[in-house]
Design a protein around this ligand. Structure first.
Ligand code: NAD
Length: 471
């Protein structure tokens, strides 16, 4: 995919659109906007066939208003400096909106990972890490990478191993990267975090009576008709959490097409069907649609694009019938689509904070690594003992016994995953309310995306002011 426009330029444009609604000086705004450090790397690797190839790679630290910096590492053939800069900037804004105390960063290696053996990928990842160490571009207190397109737990393990080998005795070394396997300092709940965050964010919007009245819908997620595009990590988990909360998943779309069923689809059953047959199509009882894009234009309450960027543009936006759109993917809407939805009174919940569940739980993982203790380890047994006592007293006084699930619910002390979910829920609810308040406080702010940028700019500028850099 070649970029017809500068991605970083587009981010700057959104930034400028929002900056008008803030009180900050030009100089401060300029400092926030720019990338603080751009590191371009070239290094050779020997391929399995004996040839030597020069690899192009980047790490961009967009903002140092808080350290460490944080952002994923992408392995993709399209990686270029402009893209990495834009994604790093978005990370700064994303972190600040969800109160994750990191500056934004991003990394990229320009390779199509499918074209390399796992041995070659390991060599590339380890060499990249060594190059980051050389320039102090990685470390629990300086810059903490995470997975992105084309990378996962495996690559994070290689990074951790390389870093620890070169920093013997560094007690906090595990905090140099997040998205690790649980056996290597990862945190429970990280895998589903982004999808769960999407659900929490949309649920909070659906609980706002005034917003729902404006959209002509009842409050609450229950009974809503939802369409999800992309049944990958983010899409699958988002769909599943919506279904568990009583929403109807009336259509699901993958690149091979879409399926629709008025009464709702069972997300897990569809997932298994696709695993077995290799396609989402021909699911028993559902209607097939040849194009994935068809699902975007169907009648529904909530539309969740969770696959790729730029799937809704000026062409199809006029045909979208959803009342609420949740950007689970990064950049699924073009700026033209954004304008059209604003005019049509459709609310777009922006990617920048809606898919921040991943980085929020990465933050929890980093905290776990620095504290060297699993969440819940200290309080679980204490809470269970206390609850047993309280329930015992209630039962004695009332002469009645609490049984079954209710009993288990009351007695249960928190496991790591309970605390991670709870922290994420709190984070997403607060972020949604904060953005909505800013949006409502100024009728000139055209959309929720601009309101989110306003929140981000205000927080980064305030942090700089607190550092005494801009008194
Ligand atoms: P993924 O690779 O797990 O899933 C993407 C899914 O979309 C795949 O199942 C793929 O087959 C499907 N897909 C591809 N092309 C499609 C098309 N044309 N139409 C319909 N479906 C198509 O990736 P993911 O991690 O779920 O990420 C999805 C999006 O969410 C990306 O934009 C990513 O940047 C964003 N995101 C992911 C995370 C995370 O924690 N994974 C965090 C923030 C943002």
């Amino acid at each position: 995919m070649s970029h017809k426009y500068s991605f970083f330029g587009a981010v700057e444009k959104s930034f400028d659109k929002a900056a008008r609604f803030t009180k900050w000086d030009k100089g401060i705004l300029e400092q926030i906007r720019q990338c603080n450090a751009v590191y371009q790397i070239r290094f050779p690797i020997k391929r399995d066939d004996g040839t030597v190839e020069v690899i192009e790679a980047y790490r961009v630290q967009h903002s140092h208003h808080k350290t460490p910096c944080k952002g994923g590492i992408r392995f993709a053939a399209e990686v270029n400096q402009d893209e990495v800069m834009a994604l790093a900037a978005l990370m700064t804004y994303k972190c600040t909106i969800v109160d994750v105390p990191f500056g934004g960063a991003k990394g990229g290696i320009k390779i199509d990972p499918k074209k390399y053996s796992s041995y070659e990928l390991e060599k590339i990842t380890r060499r990249y890490t060594a190059e980051l160490i050389r320039k102090n571009f990685i470390g629990p207190g300086t810059d903490v990478p995470a997975p992105d397109y084309g990378t996962g737990e495996r690559e994070m393990s290689w990074i951790l191993d390389t870093y620890t080998a070169m920093h013997p005795g560094e007690i906090d070394a595990a905090g140099c990267v997040t998205g690790k396997p649980i056996t290597q300092g990862g945190v429970r709940g990280r895998r589903e975090a982004t999808g769960l965050g999407v659900f929490f964010g949309i649920r909070e919007v659906c609980n706002m009576t005034d917003i729902m009245q404006k959209l002509g819908m009842e409050t609450g997620v229950e009974g809503k008709n939802v369409i999800v595009q992309g049944l990958g990590n983010v899409g699958y988990h988002s769909a599943k959490f919506f279904q568990d909360a009583g929403a109807r998943i009336i259509a699901l779309a993958e690149y091979e097409g879409a399926i629709w069923r008025k009464e709702g689809l069972d997300v897990d059953a569809v997932f298994q069907h696709r695993k077995k047959t290799g396609s989402i199509l021909n699911y028993p009882g559902a209607t097939n649609f040849a194009k994935t894009g068809d699902a975007l234009e169907m009648e529904c309450d909530i539309l969740i694009p969770a696959a790729l960027e730029n799937v809704i543009d000026g062409q199809n936006a006029p045909h979208v019938k959803a009342k609420l759109i949740g950007e689970a993917a990064n950049g699924p809407l073009s700026p033209e689509a954004d304008e059209i939805f604003t005019q049509r009174g459709i609310i777009v919940v922006p990617d920048m904070y809606l898919n921040a569940g991943g980085v929020t739980v990465s933050y929890f993982e980093w905290l776990k690594n620095l504290s060297h203790v699993r969440y819940g380890r200290l309080e679980k047994r204490f809470t269970e003992n206390m609850n047993t006592h309280i329930l015992g007293q209630i039962e004695e006084l009332s002469g009645k016994k609490v049984k079954g699930t209710a009993r288990n619910m009351i007695l249960h002390g928190p496991d790591e995953v309970d605390l991670v979910y709870s922290g994420l829920e709190e984070t997403m609810i607060n972020a949604t309310r904060e953005i909505m308040e800013v949006w409502k406080s100024n009728p000139d702010i055209p959309d929720m995306r601009t309101a989110a940028y306003v929140v981000a700019i205000n927080k980064v500028a305030t942090a700089y002011a607190q550092l005494g850099i801009f008194p």
